[in-house]
Design a protein around this ligand. Sequence first.
Ligand code: AMP
Length: 543
Amino acid sequence: MLGLMQDWPLLCHKIIDHAAIQHGEREVVSRSIEGPVHRTNYREVRARSLKLAQALERDGYRLGDRIATLAWNTWRHLECWYGIMGIGAVYHTLNPRLFPEQIAWIMNHAEDKLIFVDLTFLPIIEAIADKVQSLEKVIVLTDDEHMPESKLPNVVAYESWLNRVDGDFRWKEFDEKTAAGMCYTSGTTGNPKGVVYSHRSNVIHALVSAQPDALGLAANETILPVVPLFHANAWGISFTAPMAGAKLVMPGGRMDGEGIYEMLDNEQVSFSAAVPTVWLMLLQYLEETGKKLPHLKRVVIGGAACPRMILQKFQDDYDVTVFHAWGMTEMSPIGTVGSVKPQFSSLTGEKRLDLQEKQGFAPFSVEMKITDDENNEQPWDGRSFGRLKVRGPAISSSYYGGDGKEQFEEDGYFDTGDVAHIDKHGYMQITDRAKDVIKSGGEWISTIDLENLAVGHPEVAEAAVIGIAHPKWDERPLLIIVKKAGCEPEGKDILKFMEGKIAKWWMPDAVSFVEEIPHTATGKIQKIELRKQFADYVLPTAV
Ligand code: AMP
C-alpha cells in the first residue's frame, strides 16, 4: 500500500521561492567586488535568478549542462546558483585558490560550457580559456561601468546580459534526483574528484542542517558565511539561510580580520561559519584593537580541527558559543556538529571544552561507523580508533565519471579517509587523516592532538606535525612551528608546555621552526608538501 501524500519534488528553486514568499524583505547584504556594500533581499534575488534562468535558456543552455562559477560570496553568485539550477543545469563551483592549470583540468573534466567569473578572477580565465575546449562563453559578474577590456572573444558583463530579458519565466520541472551542483574535492593525492549534488540531496541537507542541534538557523538570525560557496556549498548555508529566512551577509573578497569584523559589526551578525585559520585572524585583530563582538552569539568552526584555544577565547573573552563541526565536500558537507546533549548540559570549564573539542554527533540522516584495516567494526568506547565511514541521502554514492571507486563500499558506506573514535554517547573525534597518522612502534599518534596542543602556547602562531622515519620506532613526530610575530620561543619551551597534557610517548622528538606552513586551497595544512620539505630531515633521536 502506498502513502497518499502529494508528489512534491524536492527541487532547490523551491527554496528561493519560499524565501521570496515568506521572507521577501529579509536582506541579503554583500561586500561587492567593486568595493561598496550592496543590499538586496530574497524577493529581488529570486526575481533576478528567474531572469538569469531565462537568459540561460535563451542562449541555448539546457538540463544537465555544466555551468561554472569562479567567484567570492556575493548576491550575484547566489543568483547564478538559483538561476542555473532553475533550468535543470548544474552549477559548478571552482576554487580560485587552485593553480590555473588545475582549474583548467577540472573545467575540462566537468566539460563546463559557460562560466560566471568575478572581476578579480577574469585574468585566470583569460590565461586558461583556450585550454578548456568546452567553454563557449564568459560572463563577468559586474556592470558595464566596471567591465574591463578583455581579449576573450565571447565575454559580456553580467548586468547587461541579464537585462536583455524581462524575467517573465517559470522554473523548469524535472526529477528531484537531477544533478544540481558540482564541486571537486581538493584531492591531496591523485587528480581532483567531482562530487555531484542532486536537488533532492541539497534540499534534504538544508532541512537537516537547519535543525537546532546542527546549524540551528531561524528567521531571526543574521548569518555571515565566511566559508565560500566554492567550499562545499558554503556548508549548505546558501540553501539553509533562504529556507529559514535568515538575513544573509556575504563578505565578498575580503577575508582578513578587519574586513570580517566590519561586516560582523555593521550588520549585527548573530551567527557565522568559517575554518579555524579565519577565526585565528579575527581573534588576532580583536586582540590588537581591543574590539568586542556584542552581536555575535554563535560560530560554527570546521574544515579542520578547531584548536582548544579558539574555543576558549571565543567563549570566555567574547561570550560567543562555538560549535565544532566536521564534514566533507562529499557529505554536502555536514557530518557531525558539537552541540551539547542534555546529559552534559551542566559541564563547565575544562570539562566542557573537552567535550567541545570533539567534532560532535551526527544529525538524522548521517550514519557513521569506524572500522579497522580488516573492515571490522570498532566499538564506540571513545578510545578505539578506526577509519570513519558514513552513509546517508546527502552523501556521495560515487564520484563523477566513476573515479575513486575504492572509497565506496558494497554496504553503501563511503570511506572518508579520516581516522576517528566515537564515544558511547555518539560523540565522534577525528584524530587524523588516515595518511597523516603517525605509526610509532605499532601504535598510532594523532597529529591533530599534538598540533592543537602546541598552538595553545602563547608564542606559537601555527603548528603542524608530521611523522619522520625512525630506525627503532618506524616513525616519530616532528613538530613544525611558525612563531608569532615578535616572539622567540625555543623548542624546549614548547615541549615543556605540552608535558603532562599527552602520553609521554606522544611527545615530539624534535621541534623545527619555519616562516610559513603550506596550506591547501581549502585552508588545510598541506602535509604532503611538508613531508617533501622535510624528506631529508634526521631526528636527533635517530642518530
Ligand atoms: P573538505 O571536503 O575540503 O571540506 O575536506 C574534508 C576533510 O577536512 C575531512 O575529511 C577532514 O579530514 C577535514 N575536516 C573537516 N572538518 C574537520 C574538523 N572539524 N576536524 C578535523 N578535520 C576536519
